[in-house]
Write a protein that binds this ligand. Structure first.
Ligand code: HEM
Length: 73
């Protein structure tokens, strides 16, 4: 589902077909530190696959904008 979310968010054409970020993470009590560690993993995956810095920065900005729907919701 994370793959589908990323693909749809970066232009598709396949749609994302599952829960929104608030519904997916509600009740998990995710901390700021845990959130940052997932961001690090995502950046690491992008680096491993040779994405350029501009693309990585765009993705990080989008992920950061979702934090209010994921941290301690
Ligand atoms: C911006 C960061 C994140 C994005 C874009 C993201 C995205 C997603 C997506 C698309 C799903 C699938 C939802 C579904 O199955 O309907 C999901 C599920 C999940 N996420 Fe995240 N996530 C993020 C951060 C985190 C963090 C920080 C944690 C925990 C440290 C986390 C833990 C989980 C878990 C455990 C599930 C599985 C829920 C289940 O199977 O019921 N996520 N996430």
């Amino acid at each position: 589902m994370a793959r589908e979310f990323f693909c749809a968010g970066s232009g598709g054409p396949e749609p994302y077909t599952s829960k929104d970020m608030l519904a997916a993470h509600k009740g998990m009590n995710i901390s700021e530190q845990e959130y940052l560690e997932v961001m690090d993993d995502i950046v690491g995956a992008m680096t491993k696959h040779g994405l350029d810095d501009g693309t990585k920065n765009d993705v990080v900005a989008i992920l950061y904008s979702l934090k209010g729907n994921i941290i301690r919701v």
